[in-house]
Structure formats: C-alpha cells, structure tokens
Design a protein around this ligand. Structure first.
Ligand code: ADP
Ligand code: MG
Length: 259
C-alpha cells in the first residue's frame, strides 16, 4: 500500500461505510493492485463503487427472497407453455413486466391440481423479488391459521397489517379446506385490506361458482369476489396434471421398449 496512506484509517472508513467489497480487497492486500489495473483513477473508483452497489443490491434481493418464503424456486423460463395450452403465453409475458404490482391489480389462477398454478404464481413472485418488490407467499390454510392464532395473544390487527405490507401477497391453494365464520371473516379482511393498495396473486382448485361452499356465508363470498375481481387478470386453466402427464409418458415409453 502507498506509504502515505494508513491502511487502518482506510479500513475504518470502509467499515463505517459498510463497503464490504473494498474492505475485502484491502484486507486481502489486493486494493492497490486492483486500482493499478485501470488507466484512469476515476475508472478504478467507478469499478469499485459499482461492485459495492451490485453487492448491496444482491444482499437486499436475498433478504426479499428469504422474506417471500417461496416453497420452491420456479421460473417463468422453466414453464412449458406447450404443455399448458389453456394459458396464453402473451398474457403471462405481459404480466411479467410487473405493472400489475404498482397498479395493485390481482392475478387469479383457477384449475385442477398439478397444472402449474403454483408454478406461475411463484415465477411471477420471484420476478417481482428480483425487480425489487417485496413479496410474501403463503397458503390460504397457513394464512387463516396465522390470523386465528393471533387472536389468542391479541395481535390480530398487527398480523393483518403485516400481511398488507408486502407489495405483492401470494395466497396459494384456496379451496382445499372450508373456512368457518371467523376464518371467512379474516380472509375477507385480508382481501379488503389489499383492495386497490396491494397486488394479490391467488390460486384455487375451485371455480368461483363453488366458492360459496368454501366460505361461511354467501355475503362474505360476494364481498371477497367483488374486491378480488374488480381489477383482475384471470386465468381459467384446465388440462391434465403435469406430474401425471410425465408419469404417463414414461409409462408409454416403457411400454414401447417392451414391445
Ligand atoms: P398446481 O399448483 O396447479 O397444483 P403446480 O404448479 O404445483 O400445480 O405444478 C406441479 C408440478 O408440475 C410443479 O413441479 C410444476 O413446476 C410442474 N409444472 C406444472 N405445469 C408445468 C408446465 N407447463 N411446465 C413446466 N412445469 C410444470
Ligand atoms: Mg398448487
């Protein structure tokens, strides 16, 4: 290091400014060498700060990713649209520009199990996380359980508000269980709170006509649908389960070889 510059002073500044990359270079004895690799001092400075900014962006992205609690990482690139003709690829592509998030619009995927509803919901959520939005993925069951539990220690309002703080709330698998009066009301409150302020992505294996069987009474169903569907991108999906399709094709291939 240049004799006129005291490493400790520099290190102290890097630490206080949380300049992790520069600190690592200095501690690894590589800072001066790195800077010497540039013709112009400003080029070197720009490179160092750009790396610092990139590292910080990645740390924030990792934090948002952990906060989103995705059960799996699914990407739009891995979705085979040929295998799911009931989904319009252009509509998904348009959604992937994420304008629906600041516009607080909703996305609803309906259809039988195994056809990619959760995959698409996660893929859009992941894109949102990568773009800088805060996202929370939760199953409908876990959502209502969490709110139920919050009644016990009087934290319902705080918990409800917490669900409203994400730019995008993904509620997966509505329809696998019926909600009693309290849970129906809690679910309504989540949707009502989100209305025109937060984007919601929802997946369900039950068509809307069957939702009256999911909730405690017809009034709450129409209140939920009213808000959910006001600004919605709706995907009515159909077809065979992707998993079973794979199995069937494997079996067929197995059959071919034994012939
Ligand atoms: P659903 O939520 O509709 O029950 P999932 O999204 O969980 O279905 O899909 C089941 C599995 O099949 C997942 O591993 C998912 O990634 C995969 N899958 C479903 N549809 C497709 C598709 N069109 N292209 C690629 N993978 C798919
Ligand atoms: Mg699913």
């Amino acid at each position: 290091m240049n004799t006129t510059v005291n490493d400790d002073q520099l290190l102290d500044c890097f630490k206080r400014l949380k300049l992790r990359n520069m600190r690592d270079l200095l501690e690894g004895g590589k800072l001066e060498e790195t800077l010497n690799g540039f013709d112009q001092p400003l080029e070197g400075l720009l490179d160092l700060v750009q790396k610092e900014v990139a590292a910080r962006d990645e740390t924030r992205r990792q934090r948002r990713l952990a906060q989103a609690k995705f059960p799996d990482e699914k990407a739009l690139e891995d979705f085979e649209f040929e295998a799911q003709p009931s989904v319009n690829p252009t509509a998904i592509k348009q959604l992937s520009n994420l304008d629906f998030i600041p516009a607080a619009e909703n996305v609803v995927f309906l259809g039988p199990p195994g056809i990619g509803k959760t995959h698409l919901a996660i893929a859009l959520g992941l894109q949102a996380v990568n773009t800088g939005y805060s996202v929370r993925f939760i199953t409908a069951e876990h959502l209502v359980d969490t709110l139920y539990q919050s009644l016990a220690d009087n934290t319902f309002k705080r918990q409800l508000k917490r669900f409203g703080q994400y730019d995008c709330l993904i509620i997966d698998e509505l329809g696998y269980l019926s909600l009693d009066r309290t849970a129906s009301d809690h679910f309504f409150q989540v949707i009502n709170q989100a209305y025109e302020t937060q984007a919601v992505i929802l997946t369900s294996n039950r068509p809307f006509q069957e939702w009256s069987g999911l909730f405690d009474d017809a009034t709450v169903v129409s209140a939920i649908l009213d808000r959910l569907l006001h600004h919605v991108h709706l995907f009515n999906m159909e077809g065979d389960s992707y998993r079973l399709k794979g199995l069937k094709e494997n079996k067929l291939r197995g059959g071919d070889t034994t012939c």
